[in-house]
Design a protein around this ligand. Structure first.
Ligand SMILES: C[S@@+](CC[C@H](N)C(=O)[O-])C[C@H]1O[C@@H](n2cnc3c(N)ncnc32)[C@H](O)[C@@H]1O
Length: 206
């Protein structure tokens, strides 16, 4: 297994969104955070030999992090076709040997018939649009298709995520704090680089 920092370095070639859409909350997960999430998942036995599904994959950062750790296959789902074209380019740059598929569709009603998979996701939070817990619909999909999921949420979501998981028959088994350093790309960003406090949760749905 590569180290967490080697994985982060490999992900440095992953390009972000050409023309990010604020309504879809299109900002990329930084390589170091993607590497941390997938490294933890791999240590837990949730990546190697598994089917990994990245809900709202964007340009493929989390999917490709998983692809570099020996999964059976990886599927990235996003609404945005142009982001998926970039993800395909990123797949070539990263040169992972895993079987990777890119599917255009709604991650809250995914055009996939899978179950028992590992879900990774950094879904829209909804906070900027007064649409708190836009991530709920993504968690609903995880509850439907995943044995285990890893998801990024804005800081302060722990109570919501734990109670959602418990209601849907899951359990939060691990949580860690993270920072999302986002380059200025939307009008509501005041600074050139903004740091968003976030939390990552592992949920066991079995
Ligand atoms: C915060 S970005 C994360 C992108 C990528 N997963 C990453 O980690 O870099 C959220 C992504 O969710 C996608 N998205 C938003 N709503 C969606 C939906 N209903 N179905 C599929 N993708 C969606 C956006 O297009 C965007 O790529």
């Amino acid at each position: 297994m590569s180290t967490r920092s080697e994985l982060s370095r490999q992900l440095g070639v992953v390009a972000g969104f050409d023309d990010p859409d604020a309504a879809l909350e299109q900002y990329p997960t930084p390589p170091d955070l993607a590497a941390s999430i997938v490294h933890v998942a791999d240590l837990r036995g949730d990546i190697e030999g598994k089917t990994v599904v990245d809900l709202g994959t964007g340009t493929g950062m989390l999917a490709l992090a998983a692809a570099l750790r020996g999964p059976d296959r990886v599927v990235g789902v996003d609404l945005d076709r142009s982001a998926l074209l970039t993800a395909r380019e990123n797949e070539r740059r990263v040169a992972a040997s895993a079987d990777v598929g890119w599917v255009q569709g709604d991650a809250t009603d995914p055009p996939l018939s899978v179950e028992g998979v590992t879900v990774v996701m950094n879904p829209p939070f909804g906070a900027q649009r007064g649409n708190e817990h836009a991530d709920r619909a993504f968690l609903e999909t995880a509850a439907d298709v995943a044995a285990v999921s890893y998801s990024v949420h804005n800081a302060g979501s722990r109570e919501f995520v734990e109670s959602f998981a418990a209601d849907a028959g899951g359990e939060v088994t691990e949580a860690f704090e993270a920072e999302l350093a986002i380059d200025r790309q939307f009008d509501h960003h005041d600074a050139d680089r903004e740091t968003i406090a976030a939390e990552v949760f592992r949920i066991d749905w079995t």
